[in-house]
Design a protein around this ligand. Sequence first.
Ligand code: SF4
Ligand code: SF4
Length: 291
Amino acid sequence: ELPKERRSSNYEKLQKKHPCMSKSANVTAGRIHLPVSPTCNIQCRFCTRRFDKSLIRPGVSSLVLKPEEAIETIERAKELCPELTVVGIAGPGDTLATDAALKTFALVKDKYPELINCLSTNGFCLPSKVEEIAKIGIETITVTVNAVDPEIEAQINEFVIDENGVKHEGVEGAKLLIENQLKGIKKATELGIVVKINSVLCPGINDEHIEEVAKVTSSLGASIMNIIPLIPQNGMADVPAPDCTLLREVRKKAEKYIEVFRHCKHCRADALGIPGKGKDLHSELYKGRKE
Ligand code: SF4
Ligand code: SF4
């Protein structure tokens, strides 16, 4: 098992350069999201991207790139945003539901070894993919964990589709999702990968539980947590969005166990730029491209 000192030194090194890990880097470092992962293997109730319907969520990512196209995109992105430090993949579906993201990262490592690789996932496929992630050299992953209690998770997640194509609904699906997420997070941190946790704050559902998510994931080696307010839509359109007071309270409780990041900008799956500064450059990046 990786000693705690090494875990935190990886994190400290990254924190200086990663815009989603420190307030200072948030206004100095640039990141690009490569939209290469079209499909998802779970269904969060708040997500408008249905598992088996349209592959691209309108307004969230204007297009899906093939791994080779994504590499060409980085070249142009570096011209538009010279501060580019991080290459992230965050959808528009799940990054581990197909092999497009890992293929892309392997190409990025080869061509741009100076760029930090950041992969965002729901964590369902993490246990079977984490060794490959480490082998490619992906420095950091973000895992979205909205609950560590299946009864609560089932109110947020509708179903999961396992690697054999079998659908698991309700509490049974939620239990599988949580098991895989926690197993994957533990293995990732043991392999020296810096782990960030995203949690969507859903008032009346997990607002009193996120503290427990912080406690459990931190004990598995996660370094930082980002608590994001729910955008009420789809199956959770009737759940209210959290107000600033609730968000502040929940962040404060989580902070007892893990460092909390407060500058998340809800980035699109095809974002480009310095998150805390100026406007997003994705429309300039893809100008003239058919959507
Ligand atoms: Fe939507 Fe992401 Fe949940 Fe998949 S993991 S259903 S893309 S929010
Ligand atoms: Fe990585 Fe998420 Fe930040 Fe994108 S928004 S760079 S995927 S942590």
